[in-house]
Design a protein around this ligand. Structure first.
Ligand SMILES: [Zn+2]
Length: 107
């Protein structure tokens, strides 16, 4: 088990930056990475019991959901343009205890 370190990641490959919020407390989750370079989103509240969210799986799950909602328009969008699409259709995605507990707030 590796523990994420609280270090703010540099801009880049975080598809859900500014979109993903903590179910329990409503704070925006912060893109971070572990000491081994694995990407996470984490709640900024130190007391929050919310587990760190693995970035890769969460992004894939959210993208698959949005892509199926907006298919076929979303199908041909290259990865570097996905963030723009997500921020144009989604106001917020809140995540509860796990990846099965995602709540989409559409614009
Ligand atoms: Zn929280």
């Amino acid at each position: 088990m590796e523990f994420p370190i609280v270090q703010r990641a540099t801009p880049g490959r975080y598809l859900l930056r500014g979109l993903l919020s903590c179910g329990p407390c409503g704070e925006l989750l912060i893109p971070s990475f572990s000491s081994s370079g694995r990407r996470y989103y984490g709640c900024p509240r130190r007391q929050c019991p919310h587990p760190w969210v693995p970035a890769e799986q969460t992004e894939q799950t959210v993208w698959a959901h949005v892509a199926s909602t907006y298919a076929p328009a979303a199908r041909d969008i290259p990865p570097e343009q996905r963030q723009a699409l997500l921020t144009s259709v989604l106001a917020r995605v809140s995540i509860g205890v796990g990846l099965a507990d995602l709540h989409y707030q559409w614009r």
